[in-house]
Write a protein of this length. Sequence first.
Length: 94
Amino acid sequence: MQAAPCAPVCAGARAVTLAVVASDPGGDALTFSALGLPASLTISPLTGVIAGTLGYTDAGIYAVTVTATDGLLATSAAVTLTDAHRGWRWALAL
């Protein structure tokens, strides 16, 4: 699983888009989910795109687990979202 960020830093109160990229060796369709996202962000189960608008009240460090599954097998990756009070940073740990 890989992340294709829109930008390495997203300054406060801006739209955020992070595309999670995964593939199935058998070509099966994948469904995406995420646990631990700030309330202002969601993940599209069909595309794996995490999107929303982060604002001042979203300040904090979020340990997010992103999962891709074909219905039988699944893989997950840890993503950390950190607010440094000057901008948002995503870090993907595989």
